[in-house]
Design a protein around this ligand. Sequence first.
Ligand code: HMG
Length: 303
Amino acid sequence: MADRVTIVEVGPRDGLQNEQQVVPAAEKIELIRRLAACGLPVVEATSFVSPKWVPQLADAAEVMAGIDPDTPARHPVLVPNMKGLERAVAAGATEVAVFAAASESFSRRNTNCSIDESLERLRPVIATAADAGHRVRGYISCVLGCPYEGEISPAAVVAVAEALYSAGCDEISLGDTIGIGTPHAARTLLRDCAGSVPMERLAVHFHDTWGQALANILACVEEGVRIADSSVAGLGGCPYARGATGNVATEDVVYLLHGLGLETGVDLEALARTGDWISTRLNRDNNSRAGRALLARMSTSGT
Ligand SMILES: CC(C)(COP(=O)([O-])OP(=O)([O-])OC[C@H]1O[C@@H](n2cnc3c(N)ncnc32)[C@H](O)[C@@H]1OP(=O)([O-])[O-])[C@@H](O)C(=O)NCCC(=O)NCCSC(=O)C[C@@](C)(O)CC(=O)[O-]
């Protein structure tokens, strides 16, 4: 059997949290449904953060209520604190993601507290979720650079990864929030983190601001990572990282991985259509090169 990479689709959360326009809940639900139907095994659905901080996802409970109970995909949601966890569980979430940063300044801007304070706040959230049998992912932002501080030391990232993993996270996602990392740095950081967290529990989360995301994923896959985050049509950015573009496009990642002979379970043509659909709905450019190329080929061949 071919080696498999699990793609974690973050478009409905990481993508839509950064849209200026309000996307109706029904459209978010339809996006999630279409993504799951493409064969994506994990589609992050929404986020139970403070609606004052991220009003774009204030309808999180409504979105969760609209998810097909027979969906084949897992649908984790973001939670920043105990209140978020309670809201998420009440809305039916069975899988959650907490988030911290490797940069003090970003931690304050994103969660209004220091790194240590955020870890203190998250420990009981992780423990409560895990005790209830929920799977917990831990995100770390700014792993390859910070919009406020510039360089971030790999040791700072490893320390947060260790803290989240030892607190009970099942998986740690390394976020290049401002898309500034290059393959050598990404590979080296992954190797450092794998000294503390088993490689199979590590995920990579690249934004494409500097055009390095696919190269970074290739380097990390070569290094052994088998979980990659991405966003359909390259939706997204980060409200607390000015100038950050969207996540690497899922269509591009799937094309890369299939070209390497790796399995994803994703139907790339269906995904390209979904990327086209949401880009049209949002009246924004489709930021997937592979998606655009495939759509052009499909329209020429009439499929
Ligand atoms: C962490 C806090 C809550 C601290 O924010 P705070 O203002 O310090 O919190 P607070 O506890 O003082 O609460 C302030 C108000 O928010 C309410 N509140 C508090 N919590 C919740 C909640 N869960 N749900 C609903 N309401 C909540 C709370 O009840 C209160 O309401 P008031 O009494 O004023 O009416 C805030 O900073 C926050 O929500 N931050 C989230 C920011 C965010 O969502 N950023 C984007 C996600 S991270 C990301 O995108 C990066 C990632 C993961 O993709 C990886 C990468 O690329 O780097």
